[in-house]
Design a binder for this molecule. Sequence first.
Ligand code: TYD
Length: 138
Amino acid sequence: MQYELIKLKTIKTPDLGSLSFFEGMVDIPFEMKRIYYIHHVPENGERGGHAHRTMKQLLFCPYGKIMLKLHDGRRQQNLLLDDASKGILLMPGLWRDMVWLMADSVLCVATDQYYDKEDYIRDFNEFLNFVEGGEEGR
Ligand code: TYD
């Protein structure tokens, strides 16, 4: 499955928390074009339900607890985002659903491309066709 867990560099200050960071082409294999974040989701809220044709993303959760459910067309895998220093690099061609296990958890996403609705696959059967090579990436 085309994902990678990335332990984000973290500087701890005694009794005053931590600072985590990542840099394009240093800690992740792309230059960032966009950062978006999803917030104010209630407990058990579920989002996602799509894959990307070409976009790479780094997902991280600076606050809260979110279950990331991935599917590569053959198998399914759940990854827990429960630590602000945890990053998950998603390569294209992965179906994702996210479940908010804690209200108001924040999901941040850094991407290698600007928003393009044509990059989304929102139909699971179309996704299966895409990963089986039945549909070319753009
Ligand atoms: P979507 O990516 O489907 O979010 P999620 O996977 O969390 O459900 O995006 C939700 C809506 O926001 C959808 O209508 C597309 C729009 N959108 C933008 O306009 N710009 C963006 O950068 C993103 C990520 C989404």
